[in-house]
Write a protein that binds this ligand. Sequence first.
Ligand code: SF4
Ligand code: SF4
Length: 340
Amino acid sequence: MKQYFLTDQDLTAFVEGLMSKYPVLAPVAKRSRFVFERLESVDELRLDYDTTILPPKKAFFPAKQDLIHFDQDGFNACIDPKEQVLLGVHPHDIKGIAMSDIFYSDRKVDNNYMANRNATIIIGSSVQNHYKHAFFGSINAERAMTGHDMFMTKIDGGYTVETVSEKGESLIALGSFADATDEQVAQAAAVNKAAMDNCPEKLNGTADEIREKVRSNFDSAVWEECAKDCFSCGSCNIVCCTCYCFDVQDEWNLDGASGKRFRLWDACLTSEFSEVTGPVGAENFREERAERYRHRFMRKAAYLNEQLGGPACTGCGRCSGACTANIANPATVINKIMEL
Ligand code: SF4
Ligand code: SF4
């Protein structure tokens, strides 16, 4: 909608303005890494972060979420959205949130997710430091950012601030903004292009080429070879901004009449994920770890393309960093398959 400029000196007052109206979740340091957490003070804010341990989807879809509370009289839904600001989301994570929005609303609306999502104002920010495994410059690079409200790009002396929704525009009243000059807007465009161009890792091939090649190698020995060190821990799923599976469980209170139903993030790399109970006993339809390992890449690179119009991966690199066995990196695995 409009382009503004916020000086470095005025950033603190703006964020304090946000914090006076909303809970603000933003990147903060945690030991040597970063996490999205509620800001207690502006001093904690780290817009220079490289990546966060968990993706920002946890703001709408927490790792554990109550769905209903029940007793002998019936049940109540636990949907109780609170307005909040999610500040400092990198462009590829904004794309990941837009993909999650599709997963949770396209075929069947997930009311728990959407209530939280609709109550959240998203302020994106440019990548100031690359995560060592990032490859977002070569996957979904042409995909436009959607669903955010405001975007801040670090340039000389401050930030260009683009408002992209009415909600975003309404935040301008909370700070001291000037209109951005053409030079500042041009510098911001160059900064964001350089961030795409300078990713440390690169995926080879277009989205269509990757989809074709991964699908046609369904029966390749490459999956067995790549998965031989897999611990089936599911960490690569848990840290992923486009993984959206969950497990639903009931918890009964000691009165035997009341309790709650909740959901937990789930991971298709774990052996339990594909276990089902049938009339003649339990069955696991992806019993072998190589099958589960392959399934993750099929989902990311081939199966979900139709729904999303491209791979279900943003190139954030979190999975590579989370894998103890060092075998989860989509850039490494897909590049290997592209050479087959
Ligand atoms: S598969 Fe890995 S790189 Fe792709 S979005 Fe998920 S965590 Fe990020
Ligand atoms: S690929 Fe790595 S992170 Fe994923 S389940 Fe296997 S060992 Fe765990």
